[in-house]
Design a protein around this ligand. Structure first.
Ligand SMILES: Cc1cc2nc3c(=O)[nH]c(=O)nc-3n(C[C@H](O)[C@H](O)[C@H](O)COP(=O)(O)OP(=O)(O)OC[C@H]3O[C@@H](n4cnc5c(N)ncnc54)[C@H](O)[C@@H]3O)c2cc1C
Length: 676
């Protein structure tokens, strides 16, 4: 089976096109099983040439990434590219990942650096003479040294320059160029880029590479990275994190519809489809198939629309098809009977498709009055001719236009499955959604370099220095805290003074929302979702609290006065966990795990939409990460430094508590409870 990306590209026609889809390992078990179904559906309806599985910086998602890669490669038979970072990881971890990949039959690695290396945090037990990983090129060389040409290696590039502020003259693609030349010459086979929206920047990038005097980029596949626009807030955040410029014209189009999430998605589809057309027109393009890489964020609706609109979904070429009337006896195809279009996630798992040299599909497209079955021509010279499967045209596909449209438009069972987690608003989202979790699946990180971290947060020496950092963030005087790269959302203005009071007494808030009772869905601050709807919110707040204070607050929350109106979840760094469920909660009797919809909307023609849910499983998943962030922050400062000690001690002493107040009509109730 042809499983190297470069071989698959080479097997496509010179003027062909292809695309890859990137997924991250979901945080929760439910998210994982839902992603399995989603992947099956996307694989069959969209047919990517390959899929990418992200890797948490420093190996933080190692096991989950390998699990997801196994699902893609082994179970679904998809050509899989495993991302692998090398900094802040021991050589043993890198070796383990590469061995696992090989054992799973994975032939493609995207070799990355990850977060900037912190030399003093190298594993003390590591044998002397172990590999030093500082830049991505070190990993490229290492893989080539240990595995020869077994792996097809990809590397990352940044059309607008890499944005970690490490270059003294600032961010620019020209500063990165010499290192990219070296990285490619060290043995990279393809390049995938950071996401961008500025076509001029991308065109300049690609043209410069193709014309580079080194000749390193003459023929190497370059896959532009594209991110569908899932929501207004998400795209602003991602653009900021990835240091991608949002051209004014694009921002204006999004601003014009920002009160209506459904319109934002649709305008986003227009924007991305135009971007793809513009990329197609770039004159410098080297002959050969043109590829596109999509950051899916584990969602499928927008991407289906974009692929459909830009005709990127591969079709079985006409000359390889023989059309026969249904039904085709199994004896003719040599296979089990033709699968019906199978929806609702009940598509049987594909058997290894590498054995099949017959491509077929069921089609009910266009003006055809009845279903026809199209059987692919068997390869005339199987010994040297790539089968359509090997060239990325999987057998048994059911990618009818109707199916893709059903997914993208959310119609019927197939569409409903595809779109149930369509509005990923809020910090929490729904833990059952594959998209639940941090934005990029790159794992726990403070998302900035040491220099940037120190310039934002200085060198804290006491707990009151930390109070200060949180209070200044609430006031908008600093743009980020380690748990959030965002300024406080405008909607939090109405609870700003309560949040400030909490942070001043050392109850450090990392997430919150005010209560909202029945505002129009196009409301400038609180609105979301489609037009003509109404939105609601329960107030909640999540904060770190000293263990001594937690004892007192716990008694208050479980007192008769409050226990009927609040739910809470709390955990510490040791994994001790307590919640209003375990204490009897709102009904006093022992209850099973509660699920709290904290944001919901009522829209014409739709069931009630609940994009943000807080429940034990999502809280626990996030908690682990939230405590790891203390340790990540501590690592910014030298080993043994006062700041490092302080941050580690604090992480050990605190509880992370999330409190939801059910009385969303009395919008002040939660804040009275916490600040009196
Ligand atoms: C397509 C794509 C997928 C990604 N997937 C993941 C993922 O799964 N998990 C994850 O954690 N992160 C991921 N990232 C993010 C990536 O890890 C970060 O952007 C990281 O900061 C840089 O990685 P790199 O491989 O580009 O590093 P490098 O190639 O090492 O470059 C990093 C910076 O250092 C500069 N540089 C390189 N060599 C030298 C040198 N010798 N001297 C001085 N400067 C040098 C480069 O110009 C660049 O500015 C991804 C990025 C992209 C574009």
């Amino acid at each position: 089976m042809m499983d190297k990306i470069t071989d698959k590209i080479a097997a496509l026609p010179a003027d062909g096109e292809y695309f890859s889809l990137e997924f991250f390992p979901p945080k929760t078990q439910m998210g994982f099983s839902n992603l399995r179904v989603r992947l099956q559906r996307m694989e069959r309806a969209l047919r990517p040439l390959f899929v990418n599985v992200t890797w948490g910086a420093g190996g933080s998602t190692a096991q989950k990434s390998i699990e997801l890669a196994e699902l893609c490669q082994r179970e679904l038979g998809l050509t899989t590219c495993l991302h692998l970072t090398c900094t802040n990881m021991s050589q043993a971890m890198v070796d383990q990942a590469l061995q696992d990949a090989r054992a799973l039959g994975i032939r493609n690695i995207l070799a990355l650096r990850g977060d900037p290396p912190r030399a003093e945090y190298r594993d003390a037990d590591e044998p002397t003479g172990s590999e030093e990983f500082t830049w991505a090129i070190d990993l490229v060389k290492y893989i080539r040294k240990k595995y020869g040409s077994y792996f097809c290696i990809g590397v990352a590039a940044y059309p607008e320059g890499h944005g970690d502020g490490s270059h003294p003259e600032g961010q620019s693609f020209e500063h990165d160029l010499p290192y990219l030349v070296d990285k490619v010459q060290a043995g990279a086979d393809f390049i995938m880029t950071q996401l961008f929206f500025d076509i001029k920047a991308y065109e300049k990038f690609e043209t410069t590479l193709r014309d580079d005097p080194s000749g390193a980029f003459k023929t190497i596949p370059i896959l532009p990275g594209l991110m569908p626009i899932q929501s207004y807030a998400m795209i602003k955040r991602t653009a900021k994190l990835s240091h991608a410029e949002m051209p004014e014209e694009i921002m204006a189009r999004l601003n014009a519809v920002k009160g209506d999430d459904e319109k934002v998605k649709m305008v986003g589809v227009d924007i991305l489809s135009e971007l793809i057309e513009q990329i197609r027109e770039i004159k410098s393009r080297t002959p050969g198939p043109r590829g596109f890489h999509f950051y899916t964020l584990n969602l499928e609706k927008s991407i289906s629309f974009i692929l459909e609109r830009t005709k990127l979904i591969p079709d079985v070429p006409e000359d390889e098809e023989a059309v026969v009337d249904e039904p085709v006896p199994a004896a003719v195809t040599g296979q089990r009977s033709i699968p019906r279009i199978s929806v609702n996630g009940n598509v049987p798992l594909r058997q290894s498709r590498s054995h099949s040299r017959t491509a077929r599909r069921q089609s009910s497209v266009g003006s055809d009055p009845h279903n026809r079955v199209i059987v692919g021509r068997a390869a005339a010279h199987p010994e040297w001719e790539a089968s359509s499967t090997e060239a990325g045209l999987p057998a048994e596909s059911i990618n009818t236009r109707a199916n893709t449209l059903a997914i993208s438009e959310g119609e019927g069972a197939l569409g409903r499955e595809a779109t149930w987690d369509d509005f990923p608003n809020g910090r929490f989202g729904d833990a059952r959604s594959p998209a639940y979790g941090e934005i990029d699946g790159y794992g726990v990180s403070i998302h900035m370099s040491v220099t940037q971290a120190v310039s934002l947060w200085g060198h804290p020496k006491t707990a009151s220095d930390i109070n200060d950092i949180f209070v200044r963030h609430i006031r908008g005087e600093i743009s980020a805290i380690p748990w959030s790269e965002e300024d406080l959302l405008p909607e939090s203005n109405i609870i700003k003074s309560s949040l400030e009071a909490m942070n001043k007494k050392g109850w450090w808030t990392v997430a919150s929302q005010p209560a909202v009772n029945d505002l129009p869905s196009n409301h400038g601050t609180f609105g979301w979702g489609p037009a003509s709807g109404f939105v609601f919110q329960k107030s909640f707040v999540e904060f770190f609290i000293p263990s001594a204070d937690w004892k007192i607050l716990y008694d208050k929350l479980t007192s008769e006065e409050h226990e009927e109106v609040v739910c809470f979840y709390a955990s510490n760094a040791n994994g001790d966990f307590v919640s209003s469920d375990s204490t009897g909660g709102t009904s006093r009797a022992a209850v099973s795990a509660s699920t709290n919809a904290v944001t919901w909307g009522v829209f014409p023609g739709k069931e009630i939409v609940t994009p943000t849910i807080i429940e034990e499983v999502s809280f626990r998943a996030w908690c682990e990460e939230a405590f790891d962030i203390w340790a990540e922050w501590a690592k910014v400062y030298g080993r043994g430094s006062d700041s490092e000690k302080l941050l580690n001690e604090i992480g050990q002493d605190r509880w992370l508590v999330n409190i939801i107040h059910h009385d969303y009509v009395d919008t002040e109730a939660l804040w009275r409870l916490l600040t009196n």
